[in-house]
Design a binder for this molecule. Structure first.
Ligand code: C2O
Ligand code: CU
Length: 479
């Protein structure tokens, strides 16, 4: 097994034939409907994790409650989530509930929505699960290193009336930069990663393990919840002979459809819910390949059919998830805003006005800009102030040579156009992947008051300036 080289087909983390116990991601189902009960505790601390299979030893990580990923929090839509975050790290931290529409004070952004939780301190997060879907949690303080060392976990909000499947699986994908000795390379926040595609690793895990084979049953229908917890790696999963159907993006239902070109693309922080029918025969195997980076394709995992057959034909059960209670943007009255992203290597950062200012900011170590400004340190005047109850379109223009997964806190938005072409499904997302030079339009109703982060979720880009704040000014909500 070679862990120190970039992943390629030949250098793929191949080991013995043991099945990894991937379904063993045990949900910590919380009895949280009772608001007087004890909160669920997530303790951030350093520890160890068996990322590599035996006989390799464990890797030093930072984790929640001793496991990577942290415990799966699973609740019902409408439940109240109460989590006591305890800080056992040697530095301040917070927890952000990615994609969840919380009140601003529960959003977990240090210096913006709360003070960092100090060393040995704790903080009670408490909010309602308004939307059903696949979400996740992670720190928002020095995220590049804190998330990169293993602090993250899944948060699943079940529909009151879920679609019928035989198994509901979560795959939390991550990508680690490991040394030859199997420890995490500690070059977090280096300038090269920041100027390029971020901290790309050399070892990919599913639910904290380098996977080998996962067993499936002929005829079964699986709902597979993919969560990309990597700092920077974009996945493009090719499921071989399977025909996965996308049923939700970033937790929000979407018209069930086959992924473009058969490849499920999932940028950092994004989620995709798939329904997959296991149409092969007992004894067969299907390889799942990550084909996103050309020339660096690798085998992610094999799905291997067990000896039994669950059923002979594909079930005709509905794949339509019930919609979540999101505020629909009013397109007739929506205000339009131009948001231009610049920076990085080989970008057009030298072009256009404002170049002098960006050059000055680069001397201070910033490399990425939103409308000519790199955000630094302890925040930031808002990029935009939007009255609560109004609708908005962001015309986002990626004038860089890099992909950027752009995330907006506290709201989901519809992706309405790409390069001037209307999107087919007007999909709701909270993180939208912009290709190099791509223009993407999103629309949303500003209905959640507070100061909300708007940033690239390649965590090294965020740290090097690619973030800002959008203020939703409280007021009377339009009815
Ligand atoms: Cu997943 Cu601003 O975060
Ligand atoms: Cu970016």
């Amino acid at each position: 097994m070679i862990l120190h080289r970039p992943i390629s087909r030949r250098h793929v983390l191949r080991t013995g034939a043991a099945f990894t116990a991937l379904s063993a991601l045990s949900p910590a189902r919380m009895a949280m409907a009772d608001p007087t009960g004890d909160p669920f505790v997530l303790r951030a601390a350093s520890g160890q994790a068996a990322l590599r299979p035996l006989p390799y030893g464990p890797t030093n990580v930072w984790s929640y409650s001793g496991s990577v990923p942290g415990p799966e929090i699973r609740v019902r839509q409408g439940d109240r989530i109460r989590v006591l975050a305890q800080n056992g790290l040697d530095e301040g931290t917070t927890i952000h509930w990615h994609g969840i529409r919380t009140p601003n004070s529960m959003d977990g952004v240090p210096f913006l929505t709360q003070d960092p939780i100090p060393v040995a301190g704790e903080f009670l997060y408490e909010f309602d699960a308004l939307d059903a879907g696949t979400f996740w949690y992670h720190p928002h303080q020095r995220s590049s290193e804190q998330v990169g060392r293993g602090l993250y976990g899944p948060l699943i909000v079940e529909e009151a009336d879920p679609i019928r499947v035989d198994r509901d699986l979560t795959w939390m994908l991550d990508d680690w930069r490991m040394t030859r000795a199997g420890q995490l390379s500690d070059d977090f926040g280096n300038r090269h990663d920041a100027m390029h595609g971020g901290r790309i690793g050399n070892s990919v895990t599913i639910n904290g393990e380098i996977p080998e084979r996962i067993s499936v049953q002929s005829g079964e229908r699986i709902r597979l919840r993919l969560i990309n917890a990597a700092n920077a790696r974009i996945f493009g999963l090719d499921f071989g002979d399977f025909e996965p159907v996308v049923v939700a993006l970033d937790g929000q239902p979407v018209t069930p459809h086959a992924p473009d070109g058969g490849v499920v693309v999932i940028g950092p922080a994004m989620r995709v819910d798939l329904v997959i029918d296991m149409t092969g025969k007992p004894g067969e195997a299907v390889t799942v390949t990550d084909v996103f980076y050309e020339g660096l394709e690798y085998r992610l995992v094999d799905l291997v059919y067990g000896p039994d057959r669950l059923r002979d034909s594909v079930p005709d059960w509905s794949m339509d998830l019930p919609p979540n209670p999101l505020a629909e943007p009013d397109m007739a009255s929506a205000a339009r805003h131009q948001i231009v992203f610049n920076g990085g290597m080989m970008g057009q950062m030298m072009m256009g006005s404002g170049m002098g200012s960006m050059m000055d900011q680069m001397r201070e170590g910033n490399m990425w800009f939103i409308n000519g400004e790199a955000a630094t340190g302890h925040m930031m005047d808002p990029l935009l102030v939007l009255p609560q109850g109004t609708s908005h379109v962001f015309e986002m223009d990626n004038r860089t040579a890099w992909h950027h997964p752009i995330h907006f806190h506290g709201h989901s938005f519809r992706v309405i156009a790409r390069n001037g072409q209307p999107t087919r499904y007007r999909e709701w997302q909270d993180t939208v992947l912009m290709a190099p030079e791509e223009r993407v339009e999103i629309a949303f109703a500003a209905d959640n008051p507070g100061d909300w982060m708007f940033h690239c979720h390649i965590l090294e880009h965020q740290a090097a300036g690619m973030m800002g704040v959008i203020r939703v000014e409280p007021g009377t909500t339009k009815t």
